[in-house]
Design a protein around this ligand. Structure first.
Ligand code: G4P
Length: 530
């Protein structure tokens, strides 16, 4: 096997999804600790002072004085090369968050043991399900009071519709937390606060039937554990790697990221149970990184620099096959032209590091003179294939945009179209108006502020946003539809996107269902095709 397949085999590229405060940053920090990227642990502080659009990685960077990228964080552990993709889950929640999942090969879902499944997790989870990627669950904060373990698993199964398979099982929680029982090896890993500040920590493992166990956990806890093990062995889904790979069964682990307990076990299992980058679909069929020697990548995120002095854009692309070398010429499929990837960089919060080589599974940021769009393919393959498009995700907040100075019509249209092309916002039109009235849809409300700011600063155009009550958007999938014949609800609004595709806006989900029921054969979709 050649050198590049060896490199690809080592790659694991995943995203961590969670509701804010479940522990994503803390868990990431502990992963870095095991990877040797940082050498001292401690909780990431300074949230209150951090600007809300600053990503978690940057917080880590500021705290620890290490360089991490704003989009991907790479480290080595046990012979693996691990890429963790940043999915901002906080105030800056936007379509980028969803799109990042398109670049991941698997996802780690962090759940707060005292809360169970929360709103943001549910949203991100839907995208993982759509892509059938493996989902691993880490139930965090076991050192605090937690919900009943069976209830937590039930919650995941019911709320998210995925079967779960606990790989380990917690013994107590909060002050009574004693550790986890490893189901495969039938041994207990004992919890100790001492792991907190150390890289590896010493995990004490004792077989379940060892008499010493009786001196470490109470008779009551031992009895409860025995009952629960029996119940689990009889009732829970059996571990099946094939189902995990298809995203139909989620392996579940328990631990406490803050005290660094259960993190390394989780990481080790995760690495064994996931695979290196897999084939991706293109218009010429599936492209297998193990067979395709030519370089190929697709753009999943475009970030414009908010700094006026550098009006550049960075296109982030996920490499899907072959080897990347700085300065190489590649063919940009959608642009129909050769481009030189001459300023490859991994974005750092304070500096940009140039990279020389990268492989399938890695993410690189390339200077974009304004030619790339989300979903574009770049390749050196003579076959000139294009990867499948990235779906447009349903915005959840809408506003009507009014331009204040009609003399600046041209700048306004140019600005709003460019910002939409970057994917930060989606723009729609009403049926009876032209470009003078535009409806903007966003996934996270912060994008409204970003839009206003950028139009003012970069295009010198002032706008007013009037918020609309709609929360649900559906693309009409039927090819030939007579919109006048559609029987909707009173809160429904018909609009179209820039490609003239018809859409419906609703105030509540009840109306969506009602409209579906009232119109036989109507196919509504939450994702638009790109
Ligand atoms: P996020 O990125 O998912 O938003 O969560 P983050 O890691 O920032 O964690 C949110 C809060 O939960 C932090 O506390 C963090 O210390 C705490 N936390 C994370 N994992 C655990 C755990 O396993 N056990 C316990 N008890 N707490 C945990 P904070 O008070 O917001 O910040 P800090 O002052 O502790 O840094």
């Amino acid at each position: 096997m050649s050198h590049f397949t060896d490199e690809i085999k080592k790659r694991r590229t995943f995203a961590i999804i969670s509701h804010p405060d479940a522990g994503k940053t803390t868990l990431t920090e502990k992963f870095l600790l095991y990877g040797g990227a940082i050498n001292q642990a401690g909780s990431v502080k300074g949230k209150a002072t951090a600007k809300h659009a600053v990503s978690d990685w940057m917080e880590i960077e500021k705290e620890r004085g290490i360089s991490v990228t704003s989009s991907v964080l790479q480290f080595n552990y046990d012979g693996y090369c691990i890429n963790i993709l940043d999915t901002p889950g906080h105030q800056d929640f936007s379509e980028d968050t969803y799109r990042t999942l398109m670049a991941a090969d698997s996802a780690v879902m962090v759940i707060d043991a005292s809360k169970g499944v929360e709103a943001q997790t549910r949203k991100l989870f839907k995208v993982c399900v759509m892509r059938h990627i493996p989902i691993f669950t880490f139930i965090n904060k076991m050192d605090r009071e937690a919900l009943d373990t069976f209830e937590l698993l039930d919650d995941i199964e019911k709320e998210l519709g995925i079967a779960t398979c606990p790989i380990n099982w917690p013994i107590g929680c909060g002050k009574e937390f004693r550790g986890v029982f490893d189901r495969e090896h039938r041994e207990i890993e004992f919890f100790s606060e001492t792991h907190k500040g150390t890289a590896m920590g010493e995990v004490r493992k004792i077989a379940l039937d060892d008499p010493e166990v009786g001196t470490l956990i109470s008779a009551e806890q031992k009895a409860q554990l025995n009952d629960e093990i029996e119940l689990l062995d009889g009732a829970s889904a059996e571990f099946d790697l094939a189902l995990v790979s298809k995203g139909e069964l989620s392996p579940v682990f328990f631990g406490s990221a803050l005290t660094n307990f259960g993190v390394e076990t989780f990481l080790q299992h995760f690495l064994q149970m996931t695979s290196s980058p897999l084939p991706r679909m293109s218009n010429l069929g599936s492209i297998d990184p193990m067979k395709e020697k030519d370089f190929s990548a697709f753009v999943f995120k475009i970030q414009a620099n908010m700094n006026k002095a550098h009006r550049d854009r960075i296109a982030f692309m996920r490499i899907c096959s072959g080897e990347f070398e700085a300065g190489m010429d590649v063919f940009h499929i959608q642009g129909g032209k050769k481009v030189r990837l001459s300023q490859p960089q991994q974005m750092m919060a304070s500096e940009r590091k140039m990279i020389e080589k990268a492989y399938a599974g890695d993410v690189i940021g390339i200077f974009d003179p304004g030619i790339f769009s989300i979903g574009d393919t770049l390749t050196t393959s003579p076959d000139k294939f294009a990867y499948e498009g990235i779906p447009t995700f349903a915005p959840e907040h809408f506003a009507r945009v009014r331009q204040m100075d009609t003399m600046k019509r041209k700048q306004f249209v140019k600005g709003i179209n460019q910002i939409a092309q970057e994917g930060a916002i989606q723009i729609f039109q009403e049926y009876n108006t032209g470009m003078e009235e535009i409806i903007v849809g966003v996934v996270g409300v912060l994008q409204f502020d970003v839009l206003k700011y950028r139009l003012e600063n970069e295009y010198n155009v002032e706008i007013k946003l009037e918020s609309l009550p709609y929360e649900h958007i559906r693309w009409i999938e039927n090819e030939d539809i007579d919109l006048d014949k559609l029987v909707g609800t009173s809160d429904m609004k018909k609009i179209k996107d820039l490609k003239e595709r018809p859409l419906l806006l609703f105030v509540n989900s009840w109306s969506v269902r009602m409209t579906e029921e009232r119109n036989e054969g109507l196919i509504l979709s939450e994702f638009g095709r790109s």
